[in-house]
Write a protein that binds this ligand. Structure first.
Ligand code: CU
Length: 159
């Protein structure tokens, strides 16, 4: 009974994600609040954190791969893809990102246009503005198949 319910919830989550309802479309019923915070307000002050996407000797990484944030802080991630391949940064709980990675294996061309994710072509830059409203340890990863496995993952610690 419990398992069936859980599976149904996951199915809803995935359909909401692929239908791309945009902010507020995740169906949580309280705006865009997630377990790891909510989309930031670009008009409000934010701490700037620069994150580079890199490839070296067969490894892929985010630099830095560990970011500490205070609860309530809004962060403007300034992303730059320094590699030769497309990369993305998807911010979520570790559990969500691992599930999402499985989906990406099935649909490698799945594009993200959500407030918690950004995909960049080589040498391009982009931004994610996110408000960390909850304490915890969260994940950011590149979910393009093979990239997380090659090292493209990091941690955000909200205190
Ligand atoms: Cu990547």
């Amino acid at each position: 009974m419990k398992t069936a319910f859980k599976l149904a919830a996951i199915a809803v989550l995935f359909s909401a994600g692929s239908a791309l309802a945009g902010p507020g479309g995740a169906g949580h019923g309280h705006g865009d609040e997630t377990a790891y915070g909510k989309p930031g307000d670009p008009k409000k002050p934010a701490r700037i954190v620069q994150v580079a996407m890199a490839e070296k000797d067969g490894k892929m990484s985010f630099i830095p791969d560990r970011i500490e944030v205070r609860r309530g802080e809004q962060v403007r991630f300034q992303l730059r893809n320094n590699g030769e391949l497309d990369h993305e940064l998807v911010l979520a709980t570790l559990e969500e990102n691992l599930k999402h990675a499985v989906e990406m294996q099935k649909n490698p061309d799945m594009e993200h246009d959500d407030p918690n994710a950004k995909r960049l072509a080589p040498k391009k830059t982009g931004e994610i503005v996110w408000a960390f409203t909850k304490v915890g340890e969260f994940d950011f990863s590149c979910l393009i198949p093979g990239h997380r496995e090659a090292g493209m993952t990091g941690k955000i610690i909200v205190k």
